[in-house]
Design a protein around this ligand. Structure first.
Ligand code: CAA
Length: 241
């Protein structure tokens, strides 16, 4: 029987590419989304991948949403914590709301999603948790104190939980994408992207969502069972840890 994978923020951007790649690799996939019904319905119609709406920043919404996914598809063995938002602003202009929204979604979202699924993974002695962090959690980024703090927190979460999961055959890993061609990156002011960011990427281009999705498929597979607590960077040479 094919395993069930749940991808948060799985109907757009990097998440959509991950959902599609996992589906092509033979998993039963559930794609969570928070807001954009129109895009989600179009994604479902186009790919045949089931979509489920809830906000990962709410623990109770995650508990309820996960219950619906498991009722429809079966126990979730692979969780991809991909959902993320930006609320970019220089620190001196950043509001408590911009701080709070990013921390709630990009950091607490990992707790809210992983905690309700963890017991089942332990009981079945199998699990894959794959957290999509960011290059900006590794190097820091001006205009993103909130985002960089949350994404760095995701790496600590990954390393600590990996140690707890290891004895139960549950791996927990993080991927740090660099600048990938998605709506999130296209929202950066054009001048900043062209003059400040692109020249910092040695391969000379943005990454493609599928280049991240292929790493997820590998980490989800049985072949990756000895990899846990790791951070895999895919950033076109922009930053080396
Ligand atoms: N890298 C280098 N320099 C940057 C920069 C960046 N990413 N972002 C801004 N700057 C520079 C600007 O070029 C500008 O410099 P000059 O004054 O010399 O021209 C200076 O910082 C101030 O920028 P703004 O004039 O744009 O100031 P603002 O207050 O109007 O806006 C901002 C600030 C909201 C941070 C805006 O510049 C911005 O959105 N920058 C992009 C920040 C960024 O890199 N976000 C990443 C989003 S993609 C993502 O998050 C996905 C991922 O994981 C990689």
């Amino acid at each position: 029987m094919s395993r069930v994978a749940l991808v948060t923020g799985g109907t757009r951007g990097i998440g959509a590419a991950i959902s599609v790649a996992l589906s092509k690799a033979g998993y039963k996939v559930a794609a969570n989304y928070a807001g954009n019904d129109e895009k989600a319905k179009a994604f479902e119609a186009e790919t045949g991948i089931a979509v489920f709406k809830w906000d990962v920043s709410s623990y109770q919404a995650c508990v309820d949403g996960i219950a619906k996914v498991q009722e429809a598809l079966g126990p979730v063995d692979i969780l991809v914590n991909n959902a993320g938002i930006t609320r970019d602003a220089m620190f001196h202009k950043m509001t408590p709301e911009q701080w709070g929204e990013v921390i709630s979604t990009n950091l607490s979202g990992l707790f809210n999603m992983t905690h309700p699924l963890w017991g089942g993974m332990r009981d079945r002695s199998f699990g894959r948790v794959i957290n999509i962090s960011s290059i900006n959690g590794q190097k820091g980024q001006m205009g993103q104190v909130n985002y960089s703090a949350a994404k760095a927190g995701d790496l600590g979460f990954t390393k600590a939980l990996a140690q707890e999961g290891a004895a139960k055959n549950i791996t927990v890993n993080a991927i740090c994408p660099g600048y990938i061609a998605t709506e999130m990156v296209r929202a950066i002011p054009e001048k900043v992207l062209a003059e400040r960011i692109l020249p910092q990427i040695p391969v000379g281009r943005l990454g493609e969502p599928e280049e991240i999705a292929r790493i997820v498929v590998f980490l989800a597979s049985d072949d990756a069972g000895f990899i846990t607590g790791s951070t895999i960077s895919a950033n076109g040479g922009q930053f080396f840890v």
